[in-house]
Write a protein that binds this ligand. Structure first.
Ligand SMILES: *[C@@H]1O[C@H](CO)[C@@H](O)[C@H](O)[C@H]1NC(C)=O
Ligand SMILES: *[C@@H]1O[C@H](CO)[C@@H](O)[C@H](O)[C@H]1NC(C)=O
Ligand SMILES: *[C@@H]1O[C@H](CO)[C@@H](O)[C@H](O)[C@H]1NC(C)=O
Length: 399
């Protein structure tokens, strides 16, 4: 439903969007940052991480997001959701294949020219499609597909150009050493099963992060390009409590006077999507990306986008998956919902035209209303006819 809030949240962003959408180059300056590197660690509760000595040290250099939630358990659905705007009922870590007509943020980038890549420690070759790889010379797992969401979407794996963006840590280190500015603008990083903490400990992973981040946080590391580093966790360890995780924003994109502060705004993994849409005035996916709060720490949002605490957010558990096409329980199967083709996202833009054309004739109800409401297995998605989250005259291009 349309509310005053949603009006003010996106109306002004539309104006900015119109300005930025004329930009198309291999390096596209963002509103608040020019590059985002999201690094995903494994399965830890917020409270434990917040007290870890290495994390406490890192916090001094960034902004700690103290009210950040994963979406469900186990790991994989959280990764899937962070790039596609839904986890489609997924409740397990086994291999999945998501049909070609379900888009990710990668589709949004073709429209704008913003570059991207994923770096996965231990991936044996670019675009590797296997479920896991055993580390050379050790008996430990190196790489696992469940921590690489790109490898599950047909819209990426059926496209050779995109597959070649799924690279290894060696590729990252080589590119960074040669020229930091050659690192793409949106970067997704998953360490291996040891360094991410899955088969080790919290301390092991935060120590690894500190070492990995050191060169990336050096003063002139990015030669003046505003780089935002987002250190996050896929899910909490405790499956019985609200899925509260630690997330830290670091890097040269953080204003000096914000370093060492906390931001208690309500965020989820969908905030990653919403923030990149905002920053580069991208069109939206028409799924749960729309309505997710934008990281306020990197800018004041300049009165352009209004974050809201969704009603009853404190009661959400986010620990059990809702029904969907990827649910392992046949009684909880439900088809892929069409996106809502009428909403406007945080970039002040409507759904990507290409996505709209694919789904335009699918008139089924949708669970996506742009309100920022989060659902889980106990609070099931509510399907309604697709309606806009802004007044028709405020939809960019409508005038
Ligand atoms: C890593 O942990 C997973 C469970 O998360 C387990 O199945 C696997 O055997 C472990 N691998 C190693 C090498 O310890
Ligand atoms: C494949 O990916 C590239 C880069 O994202 C894109 O420009 C191209 O349109 C894609 N091809 C198809 C058939 O979707
Ligand atoms: C999307 O793809 C799925 C799987 O191929 C297909 O069943 C469905 O009809 C498609 N929907 C649209 C609107 O293209």
């Amino acid at each position: 439903m349309f509310t005053r809030n949603h009006f003010s949240r996106v109306a002004l962003a539309g104006i900015l969007g119109a300005f930025f959408s004329s930009t198309a180059a291999s390096h596209v300056p963002g509103l608040s940052f020019d590059r985002i590197i999201t690094i995903w660690l494994e399965s830890q509760d917020y409270v434990k991480v917040a007290n870890d000595p290495d994390f406490v040290e890192l916090k001094k250099q960034g902004v700690s997001l103290t009210n950040f939630y994963a979406l469900t358990h186990p790991s994989q659905p959280n990764y899937i959701a962070a790039i596609g705007g839904d986890y489609f009922g997924l409740d397990h870590d086994d291999g999945v294949t998501i049909p070609y007509n379900v888009s990710t943020f990668v589709d949004l980038l073709d429209w704008s020219g913003v570059s991207w890549s994923g770096y996965f420690e231990g991936i044996p070759s670019p675009g590797y499609m296997g479920g896991a790889s055993i580390g050379a010379g050790t008996d430990k797992w190196d790489y696992v597909k469940k921590h690489n969401p790109f490898a599950s979407y047909d819209s990426i794996t059926h496209n050779g150009t995109r597959l070649l963006n799924l690279l290894s840590f060696d590729d990252f280190h080589r590119a960074f050493a040669a020229d930091p500015q050659s690192i793409p603008q949106i970067v997704f990083v998953s360490p291996n099963m040891l360094n991410g903490g899955q088969n080790t400990t919290l301390q092991y992973a935060t120590k690894w992060s500190t070492d990995f981040l050191k060169p990336l946080l050096a003063d002139d590391a990015w030669k003046g390009q505003r780089t935002l580093i987002m250190l996050t966790y896929d899910e909490s360890e405790d499956h019985k409590k609200p899925n509260s995780i630690a997330t830290l924003l670091l890097g040269a994109a953080i204003p000096r006077d914000r370093k060492g502060t906390e931001d208690p705004t309500y965020y989820t993994h969908y905030s990653f999507l919403s923030t990149i849409e905002y920053n580069w005035a991208l069109p939206c996916l028409g799924r749960y990306d729309v309505g997710a709060n934008v990281f306020a720490a990197v800018s004041d949002l300049q009165g352009v986008y209004e974050n809201i605490e969704p009603p009853d957010a404190k009661d959400w558990d986010n620990s059990v998956s809702y029904p969907g096409a990827l649910n392992s329980d046949s009684e909880k199967w439900a088809p892929y919902p069409p996106p809502n083709t009428k909403v406007v996202g945080a970039g002040g833009q409507p759904i990507l035209r290409k996505i709209k054309f694919k789904w335009n004739l699918d008139a089924r109800d949708v669970p996506y209303d742009g309100s920022g409401t989060i659902y889980d297995g106990k609070r099931l998605p509510v399907y309604k006819p697709a309606v806009a989250n802004v007044e028709p005259e405020d939809i960019p291009g409508a005038k």
